[in-house]
Ligand binder design. Sequence first.
Ligand code: GLA
Length: 632
Amino acid sequence: MIRLHLPTIAAACALAALPLSAAADELDPTGAWSAYSGGQAPLPPMGWNSWNAFYHDVDEEKVIASAQVIVDSGLADAGYRYINIDDGWWLKRDADTGRMVIRTATFPSAATGSDRTSFRPLTDRLHAMGLKAGIYSDIGRNSCGQTFGHGNANNPAGTLAEREVGLYDHIEQDIALYFGEWGFDYIKVDGCGIRGMGADNPNVQKGIYREMAPLIDFDSIAKTDVPAVKDLFAQVGQALVRHNPDGDFLYSLCIWGSANVRSWAKEYGNISRTSEDIAPYWGRMLHNLDSASRRALYAQPGNWNDPDMLFVGTGDFDSDHPAEARSHFSLWAMLNAPLIIGYDLRKATPEQLAILGNRDLIALNQDPAGNQAVLAYDTEDVQFFVKTLADGTKAVALFNRTATPIPVTLTADHLKYAADGEIALTDLWSGEASSFTGEQEFTLAPHETRVFRAAGTRALPGGMYLSEMPGRINVAEEGIDFPEPDPMIHRAIVPWQNTRSNGERPRYTGWGGARADSTPYGQMLRIADREFLTGIGVLANSRLEVRGDGFRRFSAMVGRDDSGSDDGSRVRFEVYGDGKLLGASEWMGLAEPAKPLSVDTGGAAIVELVVRGDGKATRPVPVTWGDAALLP
Ligand code: GLA
């Protein structure tokens, strides 16, 4: 999407006297919300997808049977809507017309009697069941099954050209077919064809597929053509708008955290994968969880982090592992992850359906404020996630990542509640009610997640800390010059490679992005030795857009964070309301005490928080909006 940089004249004049920083124009206020607002994702999507249940062995009967269970079991009433067909549906691309041909051996209703196959009978049937329908494609010429050689049985057939089933060079034609003619409501766009069809692909060498110089190098951001990747995904987005005049579509990006997608997906589509595929193993669930869990500021209504689909029902999350299944589900609910079931629901036990259908957990995921849970306590053993709900109350998940029982203490501080007020808890798995004042101990069973609704006296009466409302924040510029992989993500064995390497490496760019209640590199927020339990940590040369409606004031204690290096550079903090400069700090160096920055926003719809560097920094400069809050 095109970003407008149109500062008001007043703001432009106010800034004219300032020294130029490296990214000066990108920091100019826009007075607008620049995250993607197309498609239908005010809440995280919920539904079912064929991949984790059937892989390439998908067929119409299985799809309809799962859809039927979703309706009959009450899961549809609980919010599960999308029935998504993944890889394996396609037969070929017609050599003369370029029109995609469906594999009618497995999707018999697509054989319409004419020479043109159609998914319309299937989507009509799903729509008649009160459901929505999703399809799958690839942004390159070829699919993941073709690229990585899995799923040969249902891989596309025919000549080399007929086997080019991906969107590349066919975006307009395919999107018109899938949405205009076939009536789909959702598309997942994978990226294997632009990742793995280089000259080293064995099937390219054999002449089975056409070579395509990879745009994505999964292990090197420097060798990834980010603008080209963005351009392709933008073209799909534009075609989706053209062929869905009613706007009823959902656009799912699937490039697994590569190409620095963390920083731009929110401008291009509705959900975006943060990692490689989940697998039904505990370590892999941790890996996918971690790829999204510290990115609360990169998700808001319309744009969600996607740590991949649910694996409840299989392997470490099967009916012999209810604690693990509940944890996986609880964590995805708290993170505002899409709740996309990946299980053959014909086999689901009542207990499994009860996990997937837990209305209290679903309500957290579907809370209209859209605040992804923020880490209030973070170690490799135990994590506490806290989510602020639209009614101002909280949900908290206490998560034991280990295989041994662990005693933990939840405090009022974790919840940003007053230490001297009573805090009422409702356990969302047992229904049990309790209360405490100050702090409360629990013992977490191995791999257990306790999830509570919590109501107490807010530590900040009337106002809201910014870190309590990540759903109102868009990180428009994050100040990262050189994207780096995030080293904090649990490095699990990749099941499809096993140990045929010397280990997993940090891969997904995102290290140094804006964080709630943390510096960009995971340190405690601290300005000149003063610690801040709450605030926003970001790098200099950044611009945050904050939805300010409903509030009249913004206040924070600002300064360079102590975690930065002593390079003599200085930063200036600026606050804008609907594009007009409302207030600014002095230029501030490292170790200068935090300065108050409090402005009347006049109820501005968009408050922008800009930090300019003086251009002299030699290293990234963490800066802290300490205690940042919107007030009545
Ligand atoms: C990729 C995606 C998966 C699935 C498969 C299908 O690996 O990440 O979610 O769609 O392709 O081949």
